[in-house]
Design a protein around this ligand. Structure first.
Ligand code: GCW
Length: 671
């Protein structure tokens, strides 16, 4: 049957090679599990479903192995046991012992993650005999953030409408809720914020809490907790109080009572995500209070429970004279050390807003006493929506591997986020979801890889983009070795290609200003003064780029001296970051031997040409990929090809007005 992409990477199609199948089957003759908890039951049933598909056999599930061998035992081991000693609470260990495969960990959730890891071995055709696989997640809170609204729309969502059917909940449970949970559990995601950070106060009403509780009930057996975004003035709009001042005793009592009510319907509620005093959202500053006052008030309300507060640092002023790059750092840095211990500050990977490439956010490394949580964006707001193929793992890795030098060389952003650099007691990573009601969940089939990669990296940021792509392709598209190679090669180059035909050399924020799609470097109708005209690219007759050195906004000074050195001069600055930090003359000769203008335009041209290469590569895998998926991706690549030319021509022609230089000779011929 044709594959509509619904099953994501949990395909479990029959392994074609009978010898390999028989080999696996000899090690998987039964499943033994003392399914005392719903999560263990989930593990057993997922394993049974997976083996049924992969091996074409129904594998019996027994309460214990007895004296039998040749099976898979799922078991939670108490802490002093040697198998689990080195693991954290969610870490798993898979070992072969006495001719059985034992999947173990300290908690049922750990065993569930181990079960998915074992299935992955089979799905990617790895051996399962003589196994010792040990893995613990490097961060604790691994969350999706849904920017989903009550009316079913999704802010910056490109894959249909919301998965959550608020008008049907809590009575009707869409079967997709369970499949959503399966997919997330399989990649180690353990929490989900179901509503938009531009939050509706409705989620704080009894009516909506019942709906949210119904979702939580579906997710619980998959080890996934539910979180809510908070509308800060809810005590006024829902509670009828006169104020939402976080220092007002009545307001504090309202939140304490509200939290109690939430836990009475959702006993394992995860906590709150807050966008406050950001892009028009109200917040504590409306009452003359600080971010810390607001966050701490919510944290105190959560004190009797497990829940945490994730307070976002995405703040900036619409000041055409200032540099938005510095805003979050300047607002938050003074409060380092003043947040309640249940607060994480959630920081976007870069200082502006999920651009094609951003330098790491200067807050990383600068807040040793405040657990900083990473926010990545899976939905491709600035990366071509669901029509352009952009595999994001290299972008995530680039940020995570950036060195802050906060405690000398090797102080990577990853070590900030996983808590090892500053000893954060709590750690987290969030991905703004790219899911929706489209049959294949993400619109672009290849977008599934971004969801997958986020989960895998939140679990273990040391995995490589290559390894993750390889797994995902084998599980999702094809196990044909040549096709796997071709597709992963395509994925790994996709983000650089997109950067070349849209935002080469670190130019940024030149997209359509409202929709955030397509080119609009002129921005002359932008509603915000700081977005208008040449604000971000700063093009003029001399050159292009935002001077963030001491002669300009000096945003560079927010970084450690080593980082300043690396980006501080036009000569030293790596080309991908050049226009982030320097206003470079059009005539400046770069390390490539070309002038800036020639390099800039060459990248637009070669970038657009590369999309043809992507199409050619994709055409080659046709025999190895399901026809429905093949055609879907081929169609989207055709759109991408057309739009790459749109970007190229719009940008080259626009910037040529400033540069007044010819298009480099090789590209002069019109398309
Ligand atoms: O990227 C921008 C988006 C807004 C979003 C905001 C944020 C949810 O354009 O749509 O609002 O960031 O992260 O809060």
């Amino acid at each position: 049957h044709a594959d509509d992409g619904y099953r994501l990477w949990l395909k479990y199609d029959l392994i074609k090679d009978a010898a390999r199948r028989d080999g696996y089957a000899r090690s998987a003759q039964f499943i033994a599990v003392n399914a005392s908890s719903p999560i263990l039951q989930t593990a057993a049933s997922e394993l049974q479903t997976g083996l049924q598909g992969l091996l074409g056999k129904s594998i019996p599930v027994n309460p214990n192995a007895g004296s039998r061998t040749g099976g898979i035992i799922l078991s939670v081991s108490p802490a002093p046991n040697a198998d689990v000693q080195t693991l954290n609470n969610e870490g798993y260990r898979i070992v072969s012992r006495q001719n059985n495969i034992i999947v173990t960990g300290k908690t049922a959730a750990a065993v569930l993650y181990g079960t998915f890891a074992l299935l992955r071995q089979l799905q990617t055709l790895q051996p399962i005999t003589n196994l010792t696989l040990t893995s613990s997640p490097k961060v604790q809170y691994r969350l999706l953030n849904h920017w989903d609204n009550v009316n079913g729309t999704i802010e910056r969502g490109y894959a249909g409408s919301s998965l959550w059917k608020w008008y049907e909940l809590p009575e009707r449970l869409d079967p997709r809720y369970r499949d959503y949970a399966r997919a997330n559990a399989s990649i180690g995601i353990n929490g989900t914020v179901v509503n938009n950070v531009n939050a509706s106060p409705r989620f704080m009403t009894g009516e909506y809490l019942k709906k949210v509780a119904a979702l939580a009930n579906v997710f619980r057996p998959y080890g996934i907790k539910v979180y809510l975004s908070v509308y800060f003035p809810a005590p006024r709009t829902v509670g009828g109080l006169k104020t939402a001042d976080p220092l007002d005793p009545q307001v504090r009592k309202w939140w304490a009572d509200k939290v109690k009510e939430i836990y009475s319907v959702i006993p394992d509620f995860g906590g709150f995500l807050v966008k406050a005093n950001s892009e028009g959202e109200p917040g504590p500053q409306d009452y003359g209070r600080s971010h810390a006052d607001g966050a701490n008030m919510l944290a105190e309300a959560l004190a009797p429970y497990d829940g945490v507060v994730m307070w976002r640092a995405f703040v900036y002023k619409a000041d055409p004279k200032g540099d938005r790059f510095k805003a979050a750092y300047e607002e938050f840095k003074p409060y380092d050390g003043q947040f309640n211990k249940k607060v994480l500050v959630q920081v976007k990977n870069g200082p502006i807003d999920f651009q094609v490439r951003e330098p790491f956010h200067p807050m990383f490394g600068a807040m040793p006493q405040t657990p900083l949580m990473m926010e990545f964006q899976l939905t491709q707001e600035y990366l071509g929506f669901a029509t352009h193929m952009v595999y994001e793992a290299p972008l995530f890795k680039e940020t995570l591997e950036s060195d802050t030098y906060a405690k000398g060389k090797g102080s990577t952003v990853a070590k900030v986020v996983d808590g090892s650099l500053h000893g954060y007691p709590i750690t987290g990573m969030a991905g703004v979801a790219n899911t929706g009601s489209d049959r294949n969940w993400t619109g672009h089939t290849m977008g599934q890889a971004n969801w997958y990669a986020f989960g895998r990296l939140a679990w273990d940021h040391s995995l490589t983009s290559e390894a993750i792509a390889d797994e995902w392709v084998k599980m999702t598209l094809t196990r044909d070795p040549q096709a796997v190679k071709t597709i992963t090669g395509l994925m790994l180059r996709s983000r650089e290609i997109y950067a070349n035909y849209t935002n080469p050399l670190g130019v940024h924020h030149i997209m359509g200003y409202g929709i955030h799609y397509g080119p609009e470097p002129w921005l002359d109708k932008a509603p915000r003064p700081d977005w208008r005209h040449t604000y971000y690219h700063r093009a003029d007759s001399v050159g292009i780029g935002f001077d963030r050195t001491a002669t300009g906004s000096n945003a560079l000074s927010l970084y450690t001296p080593e980082v300043q050195k690396q980006w501080g001069t036009m000569e030293a600055c790596p080309l991908p970051y050049l226009l982030w930090f320097h206003h470079v003359p059009w005539t400046k000769r770069l390390s490539t031997g070309r002038t800036l203008w020639d390099e800039f335009t060459t990248r637009y041209y070669t970038g657009a040409d590369s999309v043809r290469w992507m199409q050619q590569q994709w055409a080659q895998v046709k025999p190895a990929v399901d026809p429905e998926i093949f055609n879907d991706v081929a169609g989207r690549l055709a759109v991408q090809q057309k739009e790459a030319i749109w970007w190229r021509d719009a940008c080259v022609l626009y910037f040529q007005q400033f540069a007044r230089r010819p298009i480099p000779a090789p590209f002069k011929k019109p398309e």
